[in-house]
Design a protein around this ligand. Structure first.
Ligand code: ZN
Length: 220
């Protein structure tokens, strides 16, 4: 990888995107973060993301994309909906925000282009429990081609977590020397509780099960 290049990281302040931020700091000369808000439940995610970016010494930009939450109904932005705890058999859980990653990548590419940046880093993972379609590798490759054609650019979308389980994502944070930062300073919980979280929402379950698995492996 070209280490003298710059990268733009889509950063929400959660475990995955924060691990990606430090992955980018290891692999690129200059790193910027972009935090996109879309009316999600835990609005103080932004403050969490800003603090992490500040401590990491990288520039931080917030983009208000709350229009996304007006386009369809989902339990991350509609506080009246009870959040699905598991994936329903023939559909996606109501935590799915249709089009979210396509919007995110499009905004990121336009902003990256304005800074002369070609590398875009996102923490999506195909191993994610709910299998959101816009977290799959096929979608990312397709979006990459589309964005390149749309702007006549040569963007490269990096997805360091694509094939990692949650336990492996914890291992990566450890390998990057930021295990404690990711464990204590990030916010993944759908109920807006930092670090270990509320413990019972789907995001907490995934994060905490992965952590337990990783720590158990360390003890063997
Ligand atoms: Zn939670």
């Amino acid at each position: 990888m070209e280490t003298n290049e710059s990268a733009l990281v889509l950063h929400s302040g959660g475990q995955d995107s924060t691990t990606c931020l430090f992955w980018a700091l290891k692999n690129f000369k200059e790193v910027r973060t972009l935090c996109i808000t879309y009316g999600q439940r835990h609005a103080h995610e932004v403050e969490v993301a800003q603090k992490i970016a500040k401590n990491a010494g990288v520039s931080f930009q917030v983009l208000d994309a709350s229009i996304i939450s007006l386009l369809s109904d989902n339990s991350l932005t509609n506080h009246g909906l009870i959040m699905d705890q598991e994936k329903p058999e023939n559909s996606y859980p109501n935590t799915f925000v249709p089009g979210r990653n396509l919007f995110f990548l499009t905004f990121a590419a336009v902003i990256a282009r304005s800074h002369g940046i070609k590398n875009i880093v996102t923490g999506v993972s195909q191993a994610d429990y709910s299998g959101y379609p816009d977290c799959r590798d096929t979608f990312i490759r397709s979006a990459n081609v589309t964005l390149n054609l749309a702007m006549d650019e040569q963007f490269i979308i990096h997805t360091p977590l694509m094939w990692l389980s949650k336990a492996e994502t914890w291992a990566l944070a450890d390998e990057l020397g930021v295990f404690d930062i990711v464990r204590n300073d990030t916010l993944t919980c759908y109920n807006g509780v930092i670090a270990g979280g509320c413990g019972h929402c789907p995001a907490c379950k995934l994060r905490n099960d992965g952590l337990k698995e990783y720590l158990n492996r360390q003890r063997l």
